[in-house]
Design a protein around this ligand. Structure first.
Ligand SMILES: C[S@@+](CC[C@H](N)C(=O)[O-])C[C@H]1O[C@@H](n2cnc3c(N)ncnc32)[C@H](O)[C@@H]1O
Length: 351
């Protein structure tokens, strides 16, 4: 790990200088402190996290990627977190609508990654703007992080109680929380996901996780075999993991690649009111921006599939594409009681 960090630091310094950036400017662009950048560049940062490296990479337009030979081995794997909008139960339907063949696989709203783990493409690019979720995926890229993640999850399991849950949940209110290694963030996310009410991920307007405890006596944080197989899966594939906005994440998709968009869905009320401009919510304006990106990719010869609610607004946005109506059981909603059947659409730019 240490050798890897020295090499990473050298690369970062080279790219920074090539881009004509001072350490101060890179600090401003990436949100990582200048002193930390200096330590990273000299390979002497003790508490260095994959997250700060990822932030620096993103701001320099670089990606974290694997550079090993890929193989085709198929693994029996599934998402390691329960995620709102998870596509587990729609997988068979989605598979029927896949392009017959494609080069790289892009999933810019990866969430729990149900389709990624099902398809197990040889070469993929996954992204989500949830930093902690991406910190968790990043732990599957490296044995040291992976083993530390499992160690911390074992600890969370053994210490679990109602009181402990709230102690871990409220860590993000501590001003030093951001300084913790990303593997701690990842372990906390997974533990909370398993121990909280209904497996929800929800933060309040201040960005604090605010889901109450699921009141479980015992919490199993991870399926050992699934974890080990996901690690093997990552080892055997060529991939890129980013923590960007979706538009940035698909910039490099080329003709013949396949992009699957599974964004936060349009609201079922479909009031067509343009009220959701707030920074983090995915309102009508974001759906419009996404449709624009979808069309640009389509014009470039990229295969594109998108899932969403079957609303009038979405049907209008994607007029002219292939709109397939499918039925899904709603697994999670914000109050946990909406488990009926709903209509969704799978929109493709190919037959
Ligand atoms: C419907 S979920 C994806 C579910 C996923 N397909 C699964 O099977 O679990 C949408 C995801 O988009 C992410 N997201 C929301 N806004 C985003 C944005 N602007 N750019 C990238 N990701 C975003 C959320 O963090 C969330 O994980």
């Amino acid at each position: 790990m240490l050798d890897e960090l020295v090499l990473l630091g050298k690369d970062i310094k080279k790219w920074r200088l090539e881009a004509g950036l001072s350490q101060e400017k890179l600090a401003e662009l990436s949100g990582v402190e200048r002193a930390q950048i200096s330590r990273i560049e000299t390979g002497t940062a003790p508490g260095i996290t994959y997250m700060s490296i990822l932030k620096i990479y993103n701001s320099l337009g670089k990606k974290i990627y694997s550079n090993i030979e890929t193989d085709d081995k198929v693994f029996d794997i599934h998402p390691f977190v329960k995620w709102a909008g998870g596509k587990g139960q729609l997988l068979e339907t989605i598979e029927k609508h896949l392009p017959t063949s494609f080069n790289r696989y892009f999933e810019p709203f990866v969430g729990g990654g149900a389709l990624l783990f099902k398809l197990q493409p040889k070469s993929f690019s996954i992204n989500d703007n949830n930093q902690e979720l991406i910190a968790a995926y990043s732990c599957f890229c490296n044995d040291i992080l992976f083993n530390e993640l499992k160690r911390q999850l074992d600890e969370h399991e053994s210490l679990h109680s109602e009181e402990y849950y709230y102690q871990i949940r409220d860590l993000d209110k501590d001003t030093n929380y951001g300084m913790l290694p990303s593997v701690n963030h990842a372990a906390r996310l997974i533990y909370l996901n398993k121990a909280c009410f209904n497996g929800l991920y929800r933060v309040n307007s201040k960005g604090y996780f605010n889901v109450p405890s699921g009141k479980k006596q015992k919490v199993i944080c991870y399926d050992r075999k699934n974890f080990d197989d996901i690690r093997r899966f990552f080892k055997s594939r060529k991939y890129v993991i980013t923590n960007l906005d979706f538009e940035e994440a698909v910039k490099n998709a080329k003709a013949g690649d396949f992009v699957y968009f599974d964004p936060p869905y349009d609201t079922l009320e479909d009031k067509n009111s343009f009220t959701s401009y707030s920074k983090d919510s995915f309102g009508k304006a974001e759906q419009i921006r996404l449709a624009k990106v979808y069309k640009e990719l389509s014009n470039r010869g990229v295969y594109v599939m998108l899932s969403n609610h079957n609303t009038k607004f979405i049907n209008e946005l994607y007029q002219g594409f292939h709109i397939n109506v499918v039925h899904a059981k709603r697994m999670i909603n914000s109050n946990g009681d909406g488990r009926g059947e709903i209509e969704e659409v799978l929109i493709t730019n190919y037959e």
